[in-house]
Structure formats: C-alpha cells, structure tokens
Design a protein around this ligand. Structure first.
Ligand SMILES: C[S@@+](CC[C@H](N)C(=O)[O-])C[C@H]1O[C@@H](n2cnc3c(N)ncnc32)[C@H](O)[C@@H]1O
Length: 371
C-alpha cells in the first residue's frame, strides 16, 4: 500500500530527484493479462506495480544518467514486437532490457534474444527472470563501446541452424534517449548482420532522423548518413505517460530497414563521400589524407574502423556552419569546377548544402572527387 502513496500512478514523485524515498517491499499480486504473461511466471505483467516490485527486489531507483525510463504499457511492447514482425527462430538484439518487459514479449514471440545492459543490477534482474530459457543471453556492457559486430557473428556461429529462420538478426529496443545518435550511427552500417532496426526514441529525435525537410535547419549530415545506409520510417507515437519515471517528452517508434552494401548509393569511396558531405555542410578544410590518418588512429583505439571513422565525421558535422558549396569545397577544387559540377547535377551555382538530396550529394561527389 505504502508504495502507491510514494509513487502514485502516474508518479508524482520524481525518482531521479536526489531526495530518494525508501521503497518498501511490495506484496500484492500482479493480476496479469494472459497476453503479456511472463515466460517464467504466468501471472506476471509488466505494469506499474510489477515494475516497481522488480526494482524494489534489487533496491533500485531509476537512474537519470542511464536514461532509465521503464515501459509500463505492455500493449506498446506488443505493438513494437508486432511491428517488427518477430517470429519463432528470429535472432534479436535488445539494447537496455531494464526489468525485461520488452524482452519478455520478444521471448514469448519465439525469438532468441541477446541483450546488452550497462547497469549490473538490471543484468542481475533479467538473468534471474529469464533463467529458465536458453533463448536469452545478457552481456553487461556499454553498448556505445561494445563490439556488437563480433558478438553477433559468434551468436550466428553458435546458433542451432535448424532453428534459424533468417540469415539476418533484428534490433528491437527501448533505448535510453541519451545514446540514440550513437546507437543509430553504430547499427545502420551493419546491413550484413541486421535486416531491420526498431527503436523507441524521443519523438523529436525520431522526427529529425526520419522526416527532415530540405531547406530547413533540421537537415543535417546525419540525415545523409541515415538515408545512405537505410530506409527509415516513423511508426507510431508513444505518450510520455507510458514510462516510469515519466520523461518530459513523448517518444516514438521508428524503423530503419538496413540496406545491403550492394544497395548503398554508388560512390567511389564511402570515406571520401562522408568527408565531402561534412566539408560541404561546415566548410572543413581537412584533406582526405588527414582524415585517413584520423581513421587509422581510430583503428588502433577502437578496432572497428569504419563505423568509428564515420561517427567522428558526423559528430563533428553537428557543430559547424553552413556555406555555399562553391565556397566550402574550395579545398578540393576551384569554384569554376564546382559550379560546372553543380550545373551537371542540375543545381544552381549558389546552392547550399541543405538544398541537396542524398542523390545530389552522390552525383556531386563522383564528379569532383578523385580518389
Ligand atoms: C529506457 S530504459 C528501457 C528499459 C526497458 N527496455 C523497458 O522498456 O522498460 C533504458 C535501459 O538501457 C540501459 N542502458 C543505459 N545506458 C546503456 C548503455 N550505454 N548500454 C546498454 N544499456 C544501457 C539502462 O540501464 C536501462 O535499463
């Protein structure tokens, strides 16, 4: 009883506050709907009380630094798993399982789930919760730093091939909002591993990634990146009241259908293409050999060169200024050559980066950059 006074539903107390109330033991029955029943405990349902009970069992409070906003609405988890069309035998990567509410729905759909969770207490919680199934594995790692490509490859190798339905895995996750861009940048170039990525993101981020308009300040190099590697789609809005603790913003589910390397836009070099995109947007004067050295440096430090290289390029791009292309590309060739190339692409000589589509960037790159 006391717990509902401390955290009325919807919660009035901010559990991210420094003045944390003590959580008393919660002892009521959960009264689950059969649809969302846990594969371990047929009565469990991941609603408000079950989530508090789970956190309480480990003496945990949601941590803001880990973006811990837990999903209280099983219907949304069902909708997310339904949108991802998860079937028996599918291999799914989940980032941040938390108390395991989404994991539970994925497992119930017949998936084998690899979860990456940073918080050791949550790792303990889901390990116990799903101890009875061999279709669940959790690694205590920071997703931003982990070698997800090699984890997935070894999972594919160890998978019982008779059970495997697809040569590709999917990503289905309610991720912490603060690592959204890192997750997107890391996963989208992995079309050799994943067919689709389904993410619950902050709604504003979802709109920026999926529906940026040309000629607006929302249009950025990350949009070129997203469309280069995937076909993004906005699925549905998730109101902030679905989470505990309630965030200050609404969320949305987006999907990225990953392209195979053979379907990437035809550029002579991915490296020089993204370098050029950044140069165009922000007028950097780094020559490609400097960028190449930078990428070698990253090979040494991180081990996954291509992704981290591009991460760096796109990250840098967020901080710059916008200029006309004939100015920002002067370190590559003369204004005259740039104006001619723009003409060949069918664009005015005064074009600015936010006026170019992905296809325009590709054509321009292939006209002016000698690799
Ligand atoms: C928004 S909560 C979602 C929890 C759960 N999936 C749900 O729907 O209720 C995000 C989860 O990601 C975990 N997390 C935060 N940062 C992480 C990181 N860098 N790598 C892996 N997991 C992380 C948090 O501990 C938390 O469990």
């Amino acid at each position: 009883m006391a717990i509902s006074l401390l955290f009325p539903n919807p919660p009035l107390t901010n559990p991210h506050s420094r003045h944390k109330p003590t959580l008393p033991a919660y002892s009521s029955t959960c009264g689950a709907k059969k649809k969302a029943a846990c594969i371990v405990c047929a009565k469990s349902q991941d609603d408000y009380h079950a989530t508090l009970k789970a956190l309480n069992s480990k003496g945990r409070f949601p941590r803001k630094s880990l973006g811990q906003h837990y999903m209280l609405n099983s219907e949304i988890n069902e909708q997310l798993v339904g949108a991802a069309n998860i079937k028996e035998g599918d291999l799914v990567l989940e980032i941040g399982p938390g108390t395991g509410s989404l994991t539970n729905v994925l497992l119930n759909a017949g998936a084998t789930v690899l979860a990456i969770e940073k918080d050791p207490h949550m790792v303990g919680l889901v390990t116990e919760r799903f101890a009875s199934t061999e279709r669940f594995k959790v690694l205590q790692e920071d997703f931003v730093k982990c070698h997800i490509h090699s984890h997935m490859l070894s999972l594919f190798e160890n998978r019982n091939s008779s059970n495997a339905k697809s040569a590709y895995a999917k990503v289905v996750a309610n991720i912490p909002f603060n690592i959204s861009t890192d997750v997107v940048k890391q996963l989208l170039p992995m079309g050799d591993i994943f067919s689709e990525v389904f993410l619950l993101l902050q709604e504003e981020t979802a709109m920026r990634l999926v529906k940026p308009s040309l000629r607006t300040s929302e249009y950025r190099p990350i949009n070129i990146f997203v469309n280069f590697y995937s076909e993004p789609e906005y699925k549905f809005k998730v109101p902030r009241t679905s989470f505990f603790p309630q965030p200050n913003v609404d969320a949305a589910v987006v999907t990225f259908k990953l392209k195979q390397a053979i379907d990437y836009p035809s550029v002579t070099s991915t490296k020089s293409f993204f370098s050029m995109v950044v140069s165009i947007f922000y007028g950097f004067r780094l020559c490609f050999s400097s960028l190449y050295l930078l990428s070698l440096n990253m090979i040494m430090s991180f081990g996954t060169p291509r992704v981290h290289f591009i991460n760096n390029i796109v990250n840098s791009a967020f901080n710059g200024k916008r200029k006309m292309l004939r100015k920002s590309l002067q370190h590559i060739c003369t204004s005259l050559v740039i104006e001619e190339a723009l003409g060949d692409v069918g664009l005015p000589a005064t074009s600015r980066p936010e006026e170019l589509t992905l296809d325009d960037f590709v054509r321009l790159h292939n006209l002016i950059v000698e690799v």
